[in-house]
Write a protein that binds this ligand. Structure first.
Ligand SMILES: [Zn+2]
Length: 300
C-alpha cells in the first residue's frame, strides 16, 4: 500500500501533484505540494537504501551529468571557488575564534577556510569518500554519519556552536525540519544557522513552464536520480526556521545573470529561459523576488 502523505512542515495530510516527476528505478516519483503550507516534497520518496546508493563515491568524483555538477567533476569545480571570501561574508555573525559546525561539509574546503581563519571547526558528512578526503587533505575533525541526534550520538554537544552552516544539504534530507531542529539544539543561545538551498521552481521561467504544463495537461519528467527530496520556496524555508525554534530569520534571494546560466535543454527551452532570466535577474536584484538561490539566516 502506498504510504499516505503527511507534510513534514505542518502535518497536513492533503496534497496535490504538481506537473513535475522523476522516472527512477522503473517507477514515477511525483512532486506534490502541501495543500496548507505549500511545501513541495517527493511522494512517495525513494527508499533509504536507494538514497544511500545515490551518494556513492562517484557523486563527488565522476564527470557525470547525473550529478549536479554537469560538465566537470566535483573536485575540479570546488578548486575554483574562493572559500576565504565566503568566510568573510559571515564573519560579522559570529565571535572571533568561535566554533563552527558544517553539516554536509563534503570534501571540506569551506570548513578548512574557517579553520584557516582561526575558528574551531567540526564537520558532519554522510559520504565516506568525502569525509576521508577532508580528513586527509585538511586534517579536519569530520563525523561521518547522517545528521541526526541518534546517529551522531554524543559526538556533538548541545549548545556548543556559534554557527551551523548547511549549504545545499537541506533539500537532500528526508526530514529537513528535524535537521533544522537538531541544528537549533546544537547552537549556543544567540547562535546562528545559515542555510543555502536552491529554489528552481521560484524562477519566472519555471513558473511559466508549469503554467504551460497545466494548461496542456502535461508534465516535466526528469530522468536524473531524485536527489532533491524537498523543494523550498522563500515562505516555506522561513516557516521551517520558525517551526524549528529560531526566534529571528531572514531569507535572501539571488539568481544568476542570464549570461552565466547553464543551458541544457532544447533550443526553444533555452531561448525562453534566457529571455525570462533578464527581467528575473533585475527583479531579484531590486526587489528580492523570483530568486532561485535562497539563503536563510536564523538566530537562536
Ligand atoms: Zn504543509
Amino acid at each position: 500500500m502506498e504510504e499516505q502523505f503527511k507534510c513534514n512542515l505542518c502535518g497536513n495530510r492533503h496534497s496535490r501533484k504538481i506537473p513535475f516527476r522523476y522516472w527512477f528505478k522503473k517507477r514515477h516519483i511525483y512532486a506534490v505540494k502541501c495543500g496548507y503550507c505549500g511545501l513541495i516534497v517527493l511522494h512517495p520518496r525513494p527508499t533509504d537504501h536507494e538514497i544511500d546508493e545515490m551518494y556513492r563515491a562517484e557523486y563527488f568524483t565522476e564527470e557525470d551529468v547525473q550529478t549536479h555538477h554537469y560538465s566537470e567533476d566535483y573536485l575540479t569545480a570546488v578548486a575554483r571557488v574562493d572559500y576565504g571570501a565566503k568566510v568573510d561574508e559571515v564573519r560579522h555573525l559570529l565571535p572571533e575564534g568561535g566554533s563552527v559546525l558544517e553539516v554536509g561539509c563534503a570534501t571540506g574546503e569551506l570548513l578548512n577556510a574557517f579553520k584557516t581563519a582561526g575558528y574551531h571547526v567540526t564537520g558532519v558528512e554522510i559520504s565516506s569518500f568525502a569525509a576521508e578526503h577532508a580528513r586527509k587533505n585538511y586534517q579536519l575533525n569530520i563525523i561521518q554519519t547522517p545528521f541526526t541526534k541518534e546517529q551522531t550520538g554524543n559526538q556533538l554537544k548541545a549548545e556548543s556552536f556559534d554557527l551551523v552552516m548547511m549549504g545545499d544539504v537541506l533539500e537532500h534530507f528526508t526530514n529537513p525540519l528535524d535537521a533544522l531542529r537538531y541544528a537549533h539544539s546544537l547552537l549556543k543561545p544567540g547562535g546562528v544557522c545559515i542555510v543555502h538551498v536552491p529554489s528552481t521552481l521560484n524562477l519566472i521561467s519555471t513558473r511559466l513552464a508549469f503554467l504551460l504544463y497545466r494548461m496542456t495537461g502535461t508534465q516535466k519528467t526528469m530522468t536524473i536520480p531524485p536527489y532533491h527530496l524537498t523543494e523550498f520556496f522563500p515562505d516555506t524555508l522561513k516557516r521551517s526556521f520558525h517551526e524549528a525554534g529560531f526566534s529571528q530569520c531572514r531569507i535572501r534571494q539571488e539568481t544568476k545573470h542570464p549570461k552565466t546560466i547553464a543551458l541544457r535543454h532544447s533550443r526553444l527551452e533555452n531561448f525562453a529561459k534566457v529571455a525570462t532570466q533578464y527581467p528575473n535577474y533585475w527583479l531579484t536584484k531590486w526587489f528580492g523576488i523570483f530568486g532561485d538561490r535562497l539563503t536563510g539566516v536564523g538566530r537562536k
